[in-house]
Design a protein around this ligand. Structure first.
Ligand SMILES: Cc1ncc(C[n+]2csc(CCOP(=O)(O)OP(=O)(O)O)c2C)c(N)n1
Length: 326
């Protein structure tokens, strides 16, 4: 993040970058130059940015199918993200992964994976390695409410609790797993934090549309982890504005109650951050201009970049390092 800004403005600038980037992806997607599925997190930016602002560059993160915001919030490179979505060699995975498989070890973003729950044990394993090596790093596992219902969450979280591993389970509760609401998937009145606490995680809940509140809660959680006091589950209530997968609005399908989307949109995390950051109109205009130039540049570069060379098709199948990455 830009350290010359005060923390709230730095978070605003990063949220703006994420929002405008995803809007640009949504606009360009129908051109069919991005040949991978995209899961956009428009509406959920405060959770990603709030959590990552409590992490150091040397801390590690893993993510899910909905990973653009996490990648950019962790310091990921915009050019490398857009190139990756276009399948180009300059992408952060050399163009092989696409939207759901972002990885950039230079910024401590180890992996995102498409199988729900799949990255949870990877993040826990990373925390084990950090603990065994005597490092003070923490490992952040981004996951959705749906992933909390996967068996692997309980095994991995239990292991983390037993070994008091420095893992932050950063759960974006956007209420839906594709089209299924949480109310149809969990008994009435049972909170995700109660499930997490039941397996020994220190569990807290925060307004996931308020980046400042998330940053505070994540900061407290990270301090707890660095003191070796065991894993933390941070539930962030938030909402996805667009369809589960793809660039469009799917509210007409009726799987969300009428008016629910509008109520969450009235609580837009970006507008909220603009208010609490107390920036002037000039500041905002300037920030918008810088962000849109960066995005335009990233798309131009990605479109002009080469696809991976055919003879490199078998590279990376086994443990070969990506160019420039440790
Ligand atoms: C093991 C597995 N089961 C089902 C799917 C299909 N699937 C993809 S995303 C998704 C919903 C996940 O919901 P959640 O974890 O809450 O994340 P969100 O999409 O809301 O960000 C499902 C069921 C999958 N990819 N992997």
């Amino acid at each position: 993040m830009n350290t010359e800004l005060n923390p709230a403005r730095a978070r605003l600038e990063r949220m703006l970058l994420i929002r405008r980037t995803e809007e640009a992806i949504a606009r360009a997607y129908p051109d069919q130059r991005m040949r991978c599925p995209v899961h956009l997190s428009i509406g959920q930016e405060a959770a990603a940015v709030g959590v990552c602002s409590a992490l150091e560059a040397s801390d590690q993160a893993v993510s899910t199918h909905r990973s653009h915001a996490h990648y950019l919030a962790k310091g990921g490179d915009l050019d490398a993200l857009i190139a990756e979505l276009h399948g180009k060699a300059s992408g952060c995975c050399g163009g092989r992964g696409g939207s759901m498989h972002l990885s950039d070890r230079r910024v401590g973003f180890l992996a995102s994976t498409a199988i729900v729950g799949n990255s949870i044990p990877v993040g826990v394993g990373m925390a084990l390695a950090q603990q065994r090596r005597g490092l003070h790093g923490v490992s952040c596992v981004f996951l959705g409410d749906g992933a909390v219902e996967e068996g692997v969450f309980y095994e991995a979280a239990n292991f983390a609790a037993v070994h008091r591993l420095p893992v932050l389970f950063a759960c974006e509760n956007n209420l839906y797993s594709v089209y299924s609401p949480l109310s149809k998937r969990q008994p009435q009145g049972r909170a995700l934090t109660a499930l997490a606490a039941g397996i020994g995680l220190h569990a807290v809940s925060v307004d996931g549309n308020d980046a400042e509140a998330v940053a505070d809660a994540a900061g407290t959680a990270v301090a707890h982890l660095r003191e070796g006091r065991g894993p933390v589950f941070l539930e962030m209530a938030t909402y996805r504005w667009l369809e589960h997968c793809g660039p469009f609005d799917d509210d007409h399908l009726g799987y969300r109650p009428a008016g629910e989307l509008q109520r969450w949109q009235e609580r837009d995390p970006l507008q909220h951050q603009i208010r609490v950051s107390m920036v002037s109109d000039d500041w905002l205009e300037d920030a918008e201009r810088r962000v849109s130039q960066r995005i335009r540049h990233a798309f131009e570069q990605a479109l002009a970049a080469p696809f991976p060379a055919p003879e490199s098709a078998f590279d990376g199948l086994y443990a070969t390092a990506l160019e420039g990455q440790p």
